[in-house]
Design a protein around this ligand. Structure first.
Ligand SMILES: [Zn+2]
Length: 355
């Protein structure tokens, strides 16, 4: 057999019976030559269809205009024959057969998942958050606060008159902006706690409660600055940031739970999120803008929030320096304002520039 590529052995089936015959295959002048006990056949390349490879199973060569086919072992010989025949594997086969393409597809899948995580999930959460009923958020908040009270927080020791002054200021802000707080109604409240393990801090629970720590009030900080921080927390509340983060982390936790088959992971992820209230940078900026707007409406400067942020950061820097010195202090670092409120310098500059 005169061929362009080395001839190879195959099994020939007539497609009508289960009988098989050994044949030799080769290529000559762009035509497939088939040489067997029943004589030879000569098939134009366009009339040959090759099955896609599956593992190491033999591949099938079918011929146009009949039932007959050949089974051929995979390998370099078949590849050479197909090449001589001008037949190339489909793109899918070529991609599958090369590890770096497989790797590239894995990376693409990773990127798609990441895009879903970074854009799809926040997008979805932003749309769902306004529809979460306030009662559900209250239930969540009460549960979270009960946990925090049990493990981390203590009753406030602030003098009554200081508390009353701050309460009055808070109510004034709320009363001046009734439309903004319509959804929280009477649930919008300022509460006080001491938190020696956490330090100067304030945070908003998704149900509408803002918790202010004695440690923050104890700083050399004016009431106007404290109220500026409360305005920032009101921004997180009005924009429903915590519920959005909660939806996002619940989805991640639910997926992770399904993946690892562990429900406790989901629960701890949700609690950790509530405790750390780790908002995105965009959310912080949004809450800052919101606070700046509230402050301007009160006839005050957004710079109040800038200086409050700087004082908080300074207090936390000292706190950590002291912690580092004290080797025996094995206490865990819990949520602090600055793990959740990064880039103080940049934010302060932005607030001071704000008109
Ligand atoms: Zn914030």
């Amino acid at each position: 057999m005169q061929t362009d590529s080395p001839a190879l052995d195959a099994w020939y089936y007539d497609g009508l019976s289960s009988r098989r015959q050994p044949v030799r295959l080769g290529v000559n002048g762009g035509r497939l030559l088939l040489d067997g006990p029943d004589g030879g056949r000569d098939i134009p390349a366009a009339g040959v269809r090759v099955s896609e490879p599956h593992g190491s199973a033999p591949r099938t060569l079918r011929f146009a205009g009949g039932h007959a086919y050949c089974e051929v072992r995979q390998g370099a010989e078949l590849d050479a024959l197909l090449a001589a025949l001008g037949q190339r594997d489909s793109i899918a086969v070529r991609l599958q057969s090369r590890w770096h393409w497989v790797f590239a597809s894995l990376i693409s899948v990773g990127l798609i998942l990441a895009a879903g995580y970074f854009w799809g999930l926040p997008w979805g959460a932003q749309r769902i958050a306004p529809h979460v009923p306030i009662t559900a958020m209250r239930t969540l908040s009460n549960g979270a606060l009960a946990q925090l009270d049990k493990y981390l927080l203590k009753p406030s020791a602030l003098p009554e008159d200081r508390r009353r002054k701050l309460q009055d200021g808070f109510r004034e802000i709320v009363a001046a902006n009734p439309a903004l707080f319509a959804s929280y109604g009477e649930h919008l409240a300022l509460d006080f706690r001491a938190a020696p393990k956490i330090g100067p801090n304030a945070f908003a629970l998704p149900g509408g409660q803002i918790i202010l720590f004695d440690e923050l009030v104890a700083l050399e900080i004016g009431d106007a600055e404290i109220l500026a921080i409360l305005c920032h927390e009101l921004g997180h509340l009005d924009k429903r940031h915590s519920i959005r983060m909660l939806i996002q982390s619940s989805v991640v936790a639910a997926v992770a739970a399904a993946w690892f088959g562990d429900v406790s992971y989901a629960i701890s992820a949700v609690s950790a999120m509530l405790l750390n209230s780790s908002y995105s940078r965009d959310m912080e900026r949004e809450a800052d803008d919101y606070a700046a707007d509230l402050l301007r409406r009160r006839g005050e400067s957004p710079a109040l929030l800038a200086s409050a942020l700087e004082k908080l950061e300074a207090a936390h820097t000292i706190r950590y320096a002291e912690k580092d010195r004290d080797e025996d202090d094995k206490e865990e670092d819990h949520a602090d304002w600055f793990s959740s409120h990064p880039d103080t310098g940049e934010r302060a500059r932005r607030l001071r520039k704000s008109p």
